[in-house]
Design a protein around this ligand. Structure first.
Ligand code: AMP
Length: 261
């Protein structure tokens, strides 16, 4: 089965803003195949970039919990709930936000999981408790998860990638000073915004994030392996090559399921 190139970019308004916000460019008719995937991997492996590229290819929406917190950072002081205020403190330090806060946030956005275009969950789940809650939520909604993509990269490469990563606070585009530089240094190709280094990409926060990954998120690899959902992908290549590998693996998953393997 060939994966069609859809080039649909959703503005993710319902996910980023929550509440009753509606996305401005919902799919007019459901795609033939709605992809429902989780992306796993340590900070800096390039999950976010792959989620963006996959979203363009598959038409499924890129749902990043980190992006929801970063969007909340831009709200006025009086618009932030005490729970979000607290979550942002954890995030600045590089610590994981407590499960309850994350789960409430995802549950409030459950209609994004129901979206007929499918979803690519990035940065959620991040703990076994979150994975169990997601499993219950999807079972209740009768939405089967198709696969969990686990991106793997050696630690030195991760540190290099995070150190050079720059993001656009306006449109969330991600660059790397060496591997994926913008056309003009420090300026976003897509919207002209001024690129920044994320607060939690600074060395002191990166150490805390890597520890949190090893302790809380790595156990999810075994969790999803036991459920027959895990697809491991080496992520050392350039983003387009990693995307190509991912699409090949997804084609295999679909073909194997169809043949009952
Ligand atoms: P990310 O962009 O996925 O690296 O997330 C940035 C930060 O947001 C993390 O370092 C955490 O502080 C917080 N965060 C995002 N998603 C989660 C989650 N599922 N569980 C706990 N904390 C999260």
């Amino acid at each position: 089965m060939e994966i069609a190139q859809m080039k649909t970019i959703n503005d993710r308004a319902a996910w980023l803003k929550g509440g009753t916000t509606v996305c401005s460019n919902l799919p007019i008719e459901p795609p033939k195949k709605a992809w429902r995937l989780v992306l796993l991997g340590a900070p800096g492996v390039g999950k976010g970039t792959q989620a963006e590229l996959l979203s363009e290819q598959l038409g499924a929406c890129h749902l990043s919990t980190g992006d929801v917190f970063r969007a909340a950072k831009c709200l006025g002081d009086d618009e932030r709930s005490p729970a979000i205020e607290k979550a942002l403190e954890y995030m600045r330090r590089g610590d994981l936000v407590p499960d309850r806060t994350v789960l409430d946030m995802v549950t409030e956005r459950v209609r994004c999981l129901r979206c007929c275009g499918g979803f690519l969950l990035d940065g959620f789940p991040r703990t076994v408790a979150q994975a169990e809650s997601l499993e219950r939520l999807l079972e209740w909604e009768q939405i089967p998860l198709m696969a969990v993509l686990d991106y793997e990269l050696p630690l030195e490469e991760i540190i290099d990638r995070i150190g050079g990563r720059r993001t656009c606070p306006a449109c969330k585009a991600v660059y790397h000073v060496k591997a994926l530089p913008p056309r003009a240094a420090g300026v976003c190709d897509k919207c002209g915004g001024k690129l920044i280094q994320r607060e939690d990409d600074r060395p002191e926060s990166v150490r805390v994030r890597m520890e949190a990954y090893e302790k809380s998120t790595r156990p999810l690899i075994e969790y999803y392996e036991r459920r027959g959902l895990l697809v491991s992908i080496a992520a050392e290549a350039i983003p387009q090559e990693t995307l190509r590998r991912t699409l090949t693996m997804l084609n295999d998953v679909v073909a194997n399921r169809a043949s009952g393997k």
